[in-house]
Design a protein. Structure first.
Length: 325
């Protein structure tokens, strides 16, 4: 998540960025009002009546090679006919445009809209959940064959960033102990083409769209991807999916998702135990991002920001409590 100071809309910045792409001028102002901001600012717009999305990322919050590596991977997936969000090149042919604006340095990219509805807005019936699991298995199979020109960061790079963040923002010592234990446990796991590669990281029901017409899942938001164990995606996807499923359907939904995944990619015999380690990594990463996000306070914070800060602080406390020691 971005630092709170970046969570304000900036229509002028969006319009300045869109000078690098084609768009329908008559609908622009109305479309931009439907923006959302979390880990990036995303502004919808139309081109020839088709929905597209402008993504703006403050350079101080991002690693340029991670963004470029993401877009290279998306182009690879497109070449392999995998249904993922499609990036749109700028008028100059660039997939990532660097903006030196009066608001600072930003990275801009544009993507075509995905067909269908995000899975969390469906009834999550067995067919959808099975296809959702299968889509993750297919993604991992393609990732195992992928040879990048621009390599995104690895889990060890992420752990190094987490360590620096924990120290900078004076996290409790038990979080540093947890970091050391998680790194040690990950480092001893064998890295093979079957188990390790470029993962999505946010393969959750709000980032996967169910296309009823084509009976398939289309995946968006690959930005947080990293080189990690494929089980990380499995843990994130299952954890988020089961949050959206009624208690009496959780068991069958989990089984159905795993059947879909295993229809294209086998799971390791001891995967269940390894998922617990993946959850510890995810919790650490979330914790570090959250303490960084809310550290600074700003003059005259609006009520929504105060409430959000309180909500995120509660999540921080919960994550700390989940770590013993």
């Amino acid at each position: 998540m971005l630092k709170l100071k970046y969570l304000y809309e900036n229509y002028d910045l969006a319009k300045s960025a869109l000078k690098n792409w084609e768009y329908d001028t008559e609908t622009l102002d109305d479309c931009l009002q439907h923006f959302r901001i979390s880990s990036n600012a995303v502004y919808p717009f139309l081109w020839q009546g088709n929905m597209r999305f402008l993504r703006l990322s403050p350079a101080s919050e991002k690693i340029e090679n991670n963004l470029k590596g993401e877009l290279e991977f998306l182009c690879y997936l497109q070449s392999r006919s995998y249904p993922a969000v499609i990036p749109v090149a700028s008028n100059s042919g660039d997939l990532v445009v660097t903006l030196d604006s009066i608001w600072g340095k930003y990275y801009a990219s544009v993507f075509k809209g995905a067909d269908g509805n995000c899975i969390e807005d469906t009834d999550c019936n067995d067919h959808i959940v099975y296809t959702y699991g299968k889509a993750l298995g297919q993604l991992h199979m393609l990732s195992a064959e992928y040879s990048p020109k621009i390599r995104k960061w690895t889990y060890r790079d992420v752990l190094l960033w987490i360590g620096k963040t924990l120290e900078k923002y004076h996290a409790p010592n038990k979080m540093l102990v947890e970091l050391a234990e998680v790194q040690q446990a990950l480092d001893v796991l064998p890295q093979t083409n079957d188990s390790f590669g470029l993962v999505h990281y946010d393969f959750e029901p709000d980032n996967v769209f169910w296309d009823e017409t084509n009976q398939c899942c289309t995946v968006i938001d690959f930005e947080d991807g990293m080189y990690h164990f494929f089980l990380l995606d499995l843990e994130q996807a299952l954890n988020a999916l089961l949050e959206n499923i009624p208690a009496d359907r959780k068991s069958i939904a989990k089984t159905t998702f795993l059947r879909g995944y295993q229809s294209v990619k086998m799971l390791e015999p001891d995967y269940a135990e390894k998922l617990k380690l993946m959850r510890r990594f995810c919790n650490l990463y979330s914790y570090a991002r959250l303490i960084r996000c809310i550290d600074e306070e700003y003059p005259n914070e609006p009520e929504w920001m105060v409430r959000l800060r309180e909500k995120l602080h509660s999540k921080i406390v919960s994550l700390e409590s989940s770590v013993t020691g």
